[in-house]
Design a protein around this ligand. Structure first.
Ligand code: NAP
Length: 247
């Protein structure tokens, strides 16, 4: 069953990793995925991959922290399609380090991309969704935003901030039929985690009740559900995809 027929969905940071899986799944369900990411070549490749299997995607190169660039891209998308139905705020970075030694520039960079980027894209898309009295926003948080993590104070604060932003925007937009939810992935297998030694992966997996790392598809499936009409009575929530890691 196609759940998102003819919808227009923007996914940030979608040239690879979890964002790409979300874009792939959303297109599989009949929507046009608009991929936004930093590297033009990576964006083009991602769009081509979706196009090759007969689904719809277009791409833009942009930085989510650049509000003018984001505003102008969203305007172009709206002009082309006449609407923007879905925004998935997925772009995110890490710059880990112990709090005592953390450089202010590493704090700023992570808060800027993860939290401010989510704010900017939400603000810029809201003018179209508010006017249309309809819209769905899904923010990709992390279990780290719920439980904290040594060595990731900046990342945890950014993801905790995203969870609070989700609740505030859900309350602010609810009367205009715009739902805002957050997804908190646990330990997900991506290019980043592929590089970890097997021993570390085994140790992490042992702490997960379902005894395995998650896949990007596990996260994408939840995003499709939250973006669909079947989730029509769900807003302001943070839903974990973590194999039971925290409960
Ligand atoms: P990833 O593989 O590093 O992909 C992130 C993508 O976002 C990259 O293509 C990156 O571009 C892009 N990006 C970074 N900064 C950007 C910016 N300022 N503007 C636009 N695009 C930007 O990461 P991932 O593992 O798929 O993670 C995706 C999201 O899930 C993140 O928000 C992350 O915090 C969250 N998450 C991941 C896990 C996990 O285990 N992987 C767990 C919990 C939450 P470049 O490659 O060019 O830098």
């Amino acid at each position: 069953m196609k759940r998102l027929e003819d919808k227009v969905a923007i996914i940030t940071g979608a040239a690879r990793g979890i964002g790409f899986s979300i874009a792939e799944k959303i297109s599989e369900h009949g929507a046009t995925s608009v991929i936004i990411d930093l590297d033009k070549k990576a964006v083009d490749t991602a769009v081509q991959q979706i196009d090759d299997i007969g689904n719809r995607a277009i791409g833009f190169t942009a930085d989510v922290t650049n509000s003018e660039e984001i505003a102008s891209i969203f305007k172009e998308i709206h002009k082309e399609f006449g609407k923007i139905d879905i925004l998935i705020n997925n772009a995110g970075i890490t710059k880990d380090g112990l709090l005592m030694k953390m450089k202010e520039s590493d704090w700023d960079a992570v808060i800027n991309v993860n939290l401010k980027g989510t704010f900017i894209c939400t603000q810029k898309v809201s003018r179209y969704m508010l006017k249309n009295r309809s819209g769905i926003i899904v923010n990709i948080a992390s279990v780290i935003g719920l439980m904290g993590n040594a060595g990731q104070a900046n990342y945890a604060a950014s993801k905790g901030g995203i969870i609070a932003l989700t609740k505030s925007s859900a309350k602010e937009f609810a009367s205009r039929n715009i739902r805002v939810n957050a997804v908190a992935p646990g330990f997900i297998q991506t290019e980043m985690t592929d590089k970890l030694p097997q021993e570390i992966i085994d140790n992490y997996s042992a702490a997960i009740p379902l005894s395995r790392m998650g896949t990007a598809t596990d996260v994408a499936n939840l995003c499709v559900f939250l973006a669909s009409d079947e989730a029509g009575y769900i807003t302001g929530q943070t839903i974990q995809v973590d194999g039971g890691l925290i409960m």
